[in-house]
Write a protein of this length. Structure first.
Length: 347
C-alpha cells in the first residue's frame, strides 16, 4: 500500500441508489457460461437493458464491430432506444461486469470520480482465461480520463454492498476463501476495504447460498436498500439445504449495530423455489436485484414466490418502478441482473 489510497485522498464508494450517470455491462458471448442456452438469454438481457436505459445511459463492452452490430440488432428487436446506448470495443472473457468491471468512486468534497482496479481471478481461478476481464477497469478509466487506484489484491464487486453512510457488508465465505487472497488475514482484508472503498465499518455474515460458484457473494443474500435497512433472503422450507445457512446469517444480522449505534432494520425476502437444471441447483435469489435510476430490476424464476418478492421490494422502493424480468435461463450462468451490471455514479 505504498501509494496514497482513495480514502486518504477523500474518495468513497457510493451506494447503488446514488444517482447514476450510466450502467456498465459486458455483452454475453461465452457459450461455456450458458452451455446450450446462450441464445435464450438475449431476450431477457435486452429487456433488462431497456428497463435500465429508460433512466440512464447504458455502456456496453463488446469485442469488436461485429459483436456491436449483433448486440444492436438484439436491442432494436426489443425496442431499446439505441441513443441511450454507448458501445466500447473492450474485449472480455465473460459477461459478469459486477465482478470484473470498474469500482467507481466519488470524492467527498470535490466534483470528481476515480476508479479502483482490483485484481480479478474469476472467483478463485475457476474459469480461466480471465486476462481480458482483469484489465477492463483500466481500459474504461482510460476512455473516461479517470485516475485509477491499484490495490493489488483480488476483490469482486458482487462480494460487497454499501449503505452510503460509511458501512460495507460482506461475507466470510467469499472474502476469507483461500482461493482469493491466501496471504491476507481478515484484519488485512478489512484494511484494504477501508482504504480503497472509503468506508469506516465492515459487517460480516458467514454464508452464501447453495450453488453459488462465487463462494458466497453478498449480492445473493443481503442488500442495503437505505442507510439503515437491509433485505436478507430467508428460506421458508426447513428441509431445504439453504434454510440453516440463511437462518444463521439472519441471526448475525440481528446482532449488528451501525456506526450511529442503531440496530439494522431487517426485511426478510423469500427465496424462490429451487431452480434446478441438468440436475444442478442454481443460485437463484431475489436479492440479486439491480437499483437503477428509475427502476429496480428483480430476477424472477417462474414460480410462486416471484410476486411475493416483487411486492416486498415495491414497498421498499416507492420512488422507483420495481420490474421483474425472467431470469430462469440467465441463472444457468450462475448469476443474474446484479452480477451482470456495474453502476457509474453521477457527480
Amino acid at each position: 500500500m505504498e501509494q496514497t489510497t482513495p480514502q486518504q485522498q477523500g474518495y468513497f464508494f457510493p451506494a447503488e441508489w446514488h444517482p447514476h450517470r450510466a450502467t456498465w455491462l459486458s455483452w454475453p458471448h461465452k457459450e461455456a457460461s450458458w452451455p446450450g442456452k446462450i441464445n435464450t438469454i438475449y431476450s431477457p438481457y435486452a429487456q433488462f437493458i431497456k428497463a435500465v436505459s429508460a433512466g440512464e445511459r447504458v455502456c456496453i463492452n463488446v469485442a469488436d464491430g461485429k459483436m456491436e452490430q449483433f448486440a444492436a440488432e438484439i436491442l432494436q428487436q426489443a425496442s431499446v432506444d439505441l441513443s441511450m446506448i454507448d458501445f466500447f470495443h473492450h474485449p472480455t472473457n465473460d459477461a459478469w461486469c459486477r465482478d470484473h468491471g470498474p469500482a467507481f468512486l466519488l470524492h467527498h468534497t470535490e466534483q470528481k470520480k476515480a476508479i479502483v482496479d482490483w485484481n480479478y481471478n474469476a472467483w478463485g481461478n475457476k474459469y480461466p482465461p480471465y486476462d481480458l476481464d482483469d484489465i477492463i477497469p483500466t481500459r474504461i478509466a482510460e476512455k473516461l480520463g479517470l485516475p485509477v487506484f491499484y490495490p493489488g489484491i483480488v476483490m469482486e464487486g458482487g462480494s460487497v454492498d454499501f449503505n452510503d453512510a460509511g458501512t460495507l457488508i460482506t461475507s466470510t465465505a467469499c472474502l476469507l476463501n483461500k482461493n482469493r487472497n491466501p496471504q491476507l488475514s481478515k484484519t488485512d482484508i478489512e484494511k484494504y476495504l477501508h482504504e480503497y472503498y472509503g468506508v469506516e465499518q465492515i459487517l460480516w455474515v458467514d454464508e452464501g447460498i447453495v450453488g453459488d460458484d462465487t463462494d458466497g457473494h453478498i449480492d445473493d443474500t443481503v442488500r442495503f436498500i437505505n442507510t439503515d435497512t437491509v433485505v436478507t433472503v430467508v428460506e421458508e422450507n426447513k428441509n431445504d439445504e439453504n434454510y440453516a445457512l440463511l437462518q444463521h446469517n439472519l441471526k448475525q444480522l440481528q446482532q449488528m449495530q451501525l456506526l450511529n449505534g442503531k440496530q439494522l432494520n431487517i426485511v426478510e425476502l423469500p427465496m424462490p423455489l429451487p431452480v434446478i437444471y441438468e440436475s444442478q441447483r442454481l443460485p437463484a435469489s431475489y436479492a440479486n436485484f439491480y437499483i437503477a435510476n428509475k427502476a429496480v430490476i428483480v430476477p424472477t424464476y417462474r414460480n410462486k414466490n416471484d410476486e411475493k418478492a416483487l411486492d416486498i421490494l415495491s414497498q421498499l422502493f416507492p420512488d422507483r418502478a420495481v420490474i421483474g424480468i425472467d431470469s430462469t435461463d440467465v441463472i444457468w450462468g450462475l448469476g443474474s441482473w446484479h452480477c451482470l451490471s456495474q453502476q457509474e455514479p453521477a457527480i
